[in-house]
Write a protein that binds this ligand. Structure first.
Ligand SMILES: Nc1ncnc2c1ncn2[C@@H]1O[C@H](COP(=O)(O)OP(=O)(O)OP(=O)(O)O)[C@@H](O)[C@H]1O
Length: 597
């Protein structure tokens, strides 16, 4: 089988399904709803039992009431048939209501579990997984289970119960004719098993292709994707690529629908021929004088067969459907089983927001990305006193952003420790860490909402005055006020409506709203002109002299006034000191300053 998704490169479908899916685990999803499910089971068994009575009433009408001209008995039997039909209908309605509710509740649980679990996975997961793939698993795979949990499961129960009861009724009615009717069963079960296996594999492949398509749309029909394709003249190529993927999806859909068509047709034919063969066999038995076989018995047997065949076919088809959902469960459970790398430890240290000072200490910190040959951060020790303004500089790829990720505990260190106010970051509660640290990342990410909503994402209870104050410090208030809709202006997809510098300043205002004790700015002012940048630094200083500020920057003019500058090179801390001290040292920093001139 073709594995086009990167997540499955090392794992065949069978291995994946065996590893993640078990009957127990799937049944576990239904556990929380066991009371309602038991109620439904009772209703199902009751409705099948009611169904069983009809052929016996029919036999009594044909063999007793009609030949004897007993109108009173006939009316009683006919009336009973009508009452049974009414009861069956009411039970059917109740059953649909319960199954839809329980089914939707299970789907909802699963969606929320996957979403919440993905929220807690490490950055590494999102760096190696396509966004479209994630969307596809939450929407398409969980959506695909809808049929199982809302329809197939209850139908299967109902049909199995009908099949079992009908088989018992048939045996009770006339065992020879009954056994003759059952001859077809083994072949039908074998065929459905084969078709189920084929469909299961096709479904898995289909979901991979749908995820490919979703990723492709997500990647190429975003603003960045459109700009890239248009400026590179690759729109036709992308369309052709999409055509190929879409053709693949269509072909698989056809295969999935036509798999086992012939086998089903043969089963259908045999089942349709069954009533005629039964009547023939019954007549032979009658002519040989078998007393138990009467016309009424034969009519009732054919009625029971009709009652058996449809549910039996449905049971077989449900078996096929359940097998295909195994492929969907495999993909969903695979996500749920991804380990959470950075966890809050039980009973974490909670810092009182008011007493947070903002001192940071990195002690012999080392870190390597998965699969990386050499450490990205190599034995780095840094002391940042509370309230100081420090800078981290270094050549591109020297590990500055990675150091920021470690400070924000987006990854855990491999060796050494990072402490805030003397507490190891791994012991801090997540809430204390976010109270402590505000991060303005290299690429500001704005939500597709108004500017005010974007700012309030950081602090939902912020007043309009708070928003304006933060925007003023970030030097963006004037720009926002000049917009026709001011703070209510919609940012648009990923904030493309704004310039790079405007986005950076909105992102900074957003972080400032949280009033962090430590502000980490990773190239957060790289798109600003020097005058605006200077005004912002001054505003930041006057806003909160106590705030510890860490600036990661390429532009050395940004950092020359820092209390301390840390110089990184190939993951190591090679120099540290004030601007003039480092210049006097004549090392890496001095060389960077020289080449920047
Ligand atoms: N997810 C990742 N997996 C593997 N290697 C990575 C990953 N992210 C970054 N790296 C590598 O780690 C090194 C340090 O990257 P980092 O982004 O920390 O550098 P930087 O100093 O911030 O660079 P720049 O100034 O260009 O932003 C680089 O060689 C980079 O290729």
């Amino acid at each position: 089988m073709v594995n086009s998704s990167q997540d499955f490169e090392d794992c065949s479908y069978d291995e994946l399904a065996t590893k993640h899916v078990s009957v127990r685990r799937v049944l576990g999803l239904f556990k929380a709803y066991s009371t309602r499910l038991i109620m439904m089971l009772i209703l199902i068994v009751a409705s099948s039992a009611l169904g069983m009575a009809s052929p016996f009433l029919l036999r009594a009408i044909i063999d007793d009431a009609l030949p004897n001209g007993d109108l009173g008995f006939l009316a009683l039997l006919a009336g009973s048939l009508i009452v049974l039909a009414c009861l069956g209908t009411v039970i059917g309605v109740l059953q649909v209501a319960i199954t839809s509710r329980v089914g939707q509740a299970i789907m909802h649980d699963l969606r929320v579990r996957v979403y919440a679990h993905l929220q807690s996975l490490s950055l590494g997961f999102f760096m190696t997984t396509r966004t479209g793939e994630v969307q596809s698993r939450i929407a398409s795979d969980i959506g695909g289970l809808q049929a199982l949990v809302t329809h197939t499961a209850s139908e299967l129960t109902r049909n199995v119960s009908t099949v079992v009861m009908t088989i018992i009724a048939m045996l009770a009615l006339e065992w020879r004719l009954a056994l003759f009717s059952f001859l077809v069963l083994p072949a039908a079960i074998w065929i459905s098993h084969r078709v189920g296996k084929v469909r299961e594999e096709i479904t898995y492949e289909q979901q991979l292709r749908i995820a490919d398509m979703s990723s492709m749309v997500q990647e190429s029909l975003s603003i960045s994707g459109i700009i890239l394709a248009r400026t590179m003249g690759r729109t036709d190529h992308l369309t052709r690529r999409f055509v190929r993927t879409s053709e693949g999806v269509a072909a698989l859909e056809v295969r999935s629908h036509t798999a086992g068509q012939w086998q089903w047709a043969v089963i259908d034919l045999v089942l349709q021929a069954l009533p005629a063969s039964t009547l023939l066999l019954g007549s032979i038995l009658m002519s040989q004088g078998t007393a138990a076989v009467t016309i009424g018995t034969m009519v009732a047997m054919v009625a029971l067969q009709e009652q058996l065949l449809w549910p039996l076919e449905e049971v077989l088809r449900s078996g096929v459907e359940i097998r295909t959902t195994r492929a969907l469960f495999a993909r969903i459970f695979d996500y749920l089983d991804r380990p959470v790398e950075t966890r809050e430890r039980p009973g974490p240290t909670v810092l009182d927001r008011k007493s947070i000072r903002g001192a940071i200490r990195l002690h012999k910190v080392s870190f390597a990305y998965d699969g990386s040959q050499r450490p990205t951060i190599d034995d780095v020790s840094i002391d940042i006193p509370a309230g100081s303004h420090v800078a981290i500089v270094g050549a591109t790829g020297s590990g500055k952003t990675t150091l920021g990720y470690l400070l924000a505990r987006l990854y855990d260190v491999d060796a050494g420790s990072i402490c805030y106010d003397g507490v190891d970051v791994r012991d801090l509660s997540f809430q204390s860490l976010t109270d402590m640290l505000g991060v303005v990342p290299q690429e500001p990410y704005l939500l597709n909402a108004s500017i005010a909503d974007n700012l309030r994402f950081a602090r939902p209870d912020a007043s309009d005055e708070d928003l304006i104050a933060a925007a003023k410090v970030a030097q963006v208030h004037e720009m926002i006020s000049a917009l026709p809709n001011g703070y209510d202006t919609l940012v648009g997809e990923r904030g493309y409506r704004f310039s790079g510098g405007e986005k950076q300043r909105i992102a900074l205002a957003r972080t400032l709203l949280r009033r962090p004790r430590v502000l980490l700015m990773d190239e957060a002012t790289s798109a600003l002109d020097p005058v605006t940048e200077r005004a912002m630094s001054q505003a930041l200083e006057t806003m909160d002299r106590e705030c510890t500020t860490i600036t990661i920057a390429h532009r050395l003019s940004t950092v020359r006034h820092a209390d301390r500058i840390f110089v990184m090179d190939h993951g190591q801390l090679v120099e540290q000191g004030r601007h003039d001290e480092l210049l006097a040292l004549g090392g890496v920093y001095a060389e960077m300053v020289r080449s920047a001139l």
